[in-house]
Design a protein around this ligand. Structure first.
Ligand code: PEP
Ligand code: MG
Length: 330
């Protein structure tokens, strides 16, 4: 039985009819890399880098950012981040290494941060990076330096995008930096995790190379339910009909522009939901390592045709309970 499971880990993500859906891994700590390797992810779909920011002993000051910029392989935190990126690059092999730029704020708060009344609607994600350009440039440079000699395909992911400007400004910084890395061609993409990004998705699809749907925050913002408040846990439900429709809009816009769209929020780790996401046309899924075997197993048990049929049905339901019933079909 052990061998049977291990064989399954080694196979690519695929439906019963042979349609491939790469299953990649979400990683946030260096210590996880060894542990997830045995699940044989097909690449890294989300590398969270916040940990290099959240350690209170390393306040993310401008001064430190400049320090990093000057010496990206220098001592301390930037060195740790370089090693983290390189180990993740090894894990990715020649597949994608998707590195998310610092997504600090709200539920990911450094201890020195000022308290805000509405942190989820506050100073977080790309907003911090755009206000703190030297930090943005330092992290971009550190990433490029770290993986320049690895065969992985580098993707850079911008967190909490709410407008086109967010992307264009990061793109301009990246383009300037790339003049010093003429052999590197990283893709630039966005986390789709705020409803305004879904409303603007067609325009955003014109200026990005890929998208990744963050269903955790998308659920929180679309349903006005704090993802970490147990009092509204019943409202925080990624299987809500509105969430399926939002995801569908994103997939349609990406297909139209022929760019890849993955889901890296926790919804992707739910085996039944993974079938619906595949049926909706999502190109790949990314999840914490231990969920990979369960998702691979269920995908191999059903045809794409069935997943597409159920995906169409879920787009038509009006209530959460109807949506949940469709999920139970798998
Ligand atoms: C998300 O919001 O769905 C996501 C993947 O990012 P995080 O959970 O780190 O906010
Ligand atoms: Mg998020």
């Amino acid at each position: 039985r052990q061998t049977e499971e291990q064989n399954l880990y080694a196979e690519p993500g695929m439906t019963a009819c042979g349609y491939q859906v790469p299953i990649r891994v979400n990683i946030e700590l260096e210590a996880e890399i060894d542990r997830v390797a045995r699940f044989r992810p097909e690449g890294v779909g989300l590398l969270r880098t916040e940990v290099y920011f959240l350690d209170g002993s390393h306040a993310a000051s401008e001064a430190e950012a400049e320090d990093q910029a000057e010496s990206p392989n220098g001592s301390g935190r930037s060195h740790d981040q370089t090693r983290f990126l390189q180990r993740a690059a090894q894990l990715a092999g020649d597949d994608y290494l998707t590195v998310r730029l610092y997504d600090v704020g709200a539920d990911k708060l450094p201890s020195y941060a000022q308290k805000e009344e509405n942190p989820a609607l506050g100073w977080r994600g790309v907003r911090i990076l755009l206000e703190n350009r030297s930090l943005l440039r330092a992290q971009l440079r550190l990433i490029l330096e770290a993986v320049r000699n690895y065969p992985c395909k580098l993707r850079l992911l911008i967190p909490l995008v709410t407008s086109l400007e967010d992307v264009l400004e990061v793109r301009a910084e990246l383009d300037t930096l790339l003049e010093s890395f003429p052999h590197m061609h990283p893709e630039l993409g966005i986390m789709v995790e705020v409803p305004s990004a879904v409303v603007m998705v067609e325009a955003l699809a014109e200026v990005v190379d890929f998208m990744s749907i963050g269903t955790n925050d998308l659920t929180q913002y679309a349903l006005a339910a704090d993802r970490s408040n147990p009092k509204v846990a019943g409202y925080f439900n990624s299987a809500h009909p509105a969430i399926w429709r939002l995801i569908h809009q994103v997939v349609k816009a990406c297909k139209k522009r022929d760019i890849m769209v993955s889901v890296c929020g926790e919804l992707a780790a739910n085996p039944q939901a993974a079938c619906i996401l595949t049926g909706l046309g999502v190109s790949s899924l990314s999840m914490a390592g231990p969920y990979i075997p369960g998702v691979k197993k269920i995908l191999r048990s059903h045809t794409l045709e069935l997943m597409e049929k159920q995906a169409l049905s879920i787009l038509k339901v009006q209530t959460r309970s109807e949506a949940e019933k469709i999920l139970l079909y798998f």
